[in-house]
Write a protein that binds this ligand. Sequence first.
Ligand code: NAI
Length: 398
Amino acid sequence: MLDQKTIEVIKSTVPVLQEHGEKITTHFYQTMFTNHPELLNIFNHANQKKGRQQAALANAVYAAALHIDQLETILPVVQQIAHKHRSLGVKAEHYPIVGEHLLQAMKDVLQEAATEEIIQAWADAYGVIADIFISVEADMYEQAEAQQGGWPDFKSFVIDRKVKESEVIASFYLKPADGKVLPPFLAGQYISVKLEIPGEQYTHIRQYSLSDAPGQDYYRISVKREDQQEPAGKVSTYLHQHLNEGDRLLVSAPAGEFILSKSARPLVLISGGVGLTPLVSMLKTAVREQKGRDVTFIHAAIDSKHHALRAEVDQLAAGHEHVRAFYCYERPAAEDQQYDKSGYLDEEWLQTIIGNKDADYYFCGPVGFMKAVDQIMTNWGIAEEQKHYEFFGPAMKL
Ligand SMILES: NC(=O)C1=CN([C@@H]2O[C@H](COP(=O)(O)OP(=O)(O)OC[C@H]3O[C@@H](n4cnc5c(N)ncnc54)[C@H](O)[C@@H]3O)[C@@H](O)[C@H]2O)C=CC1
């Protein structure tokens, strides 16, 4: 544990971290990857380029400094990050490397303001925080391995089926190459996929939500081809264009805390674009395991051509009185007939379809969509514990 003096010194650096946090973390990543290029096999290069990883780490360091005397308050965030770390293969031996470069980056950026005392206090604090992560993650590796059919890191899977779901989304049904049983997962969880792309120096790892219900003999991911964005998504493009039935890829055990809970309240699932993947898994699970629970599934897509997995959702809604599905098309095509609203979803429309607002809400989609939905929840006075959401990529808050 940290002594009072160390805590005070750490807290005194909060303003400076707020001001220089991203500069420090940008410098940190640069020097760490120069000295340890092998770590580029773990980190998402696109997030580095866009500066998202730097911002997320700066926020995490800042939050740690702010709460250094009550570290238990950051435990939920630790859990969330630890899930991601376990799915990426982050190990205890990586922490000293990160610590050394973080402290060096503080010294380099803050110069004389980073006194001996401050650097020592941060070294102590980093040690305590790293130990928490290492121990939480060690448990997670153990649990992943201990399940029936489980494994700790990455395991070879075969693409059993590849199915086009929309203009831009394809599903991949993945089965273990060794034919062993698959461990279960919780609706809403994701897996990491690890790929070697010809011509690329480092391996790439990406997280994809599992889009089917648990309990099958495959894991299904539904991936959007991100070849229109800048920079183009290398992994999604490679999956779409070059990987086919019979090909293999490496897969982590399922991870993540954005999961469907049981509750007596109605369930409202709101998705934008490919953000529907974890919510379709939740919808199927709720129908099967939470019999009679009112479920409203709301999906926002560009138009019918970009609308994936519609048949599966429609079938559930048609077969269960307490399940309702609504679709909002941003720019419906002339031939599009079956949708409930055009443009973006908004508060007024949601009012008309959500009868009992005292519900559990799960939402997932692009950032602008998430912000819009969160604002509506706030306007409605929905309690924080009734709001569940997930951002892919580095940890973010709404
Ligand atoms: N488990 C997770 O955290 C997952 C997260 N995602 C995220 O979901 C996102 C999905 O993106 P795309 O398919 O590219 O979506 P998209 O760009 O096709 O947009 C889908 C729909 O979202 C709505 N929307 C967009 N901006 C909005 C705004 N400002 N206000 C209200 N509605 C808005 C529109 O109706 C639009 O048609 C990605 O950012 C991805 O990272 C996707 C899968 C899983």
